[in-house]
Design a protein. Sequence first.
Length: 95
Amino acid sequence: MPGPHPLLVHAALIFVSLLFGVNFVGMKLILAELEPGAWAMYRVAGATLLLVPLSLVIAKRRQLPDTRTMLWLVPAAILGVGANQLLFVMGLALT
């Protein structure tokens, strides 16, 4: 089975690189107007509102994990996503 055309692969790589570069410039502009904590909260909330419904549509399983798994998943998400975003945005605000 042949892979995608090399030009398509290169175009996708260039697009991702541009998005990555624009991300930091855009965040600096936004941080001039918003507090870092508020922007981190908006980023996490927006991603949650986008990705949770998308995962329910894509996933074959329509139910949440069991309670024991959720008890580990929620703090891991708070530390792994929330704290990461907060520290990233606060660091960017200091530059």
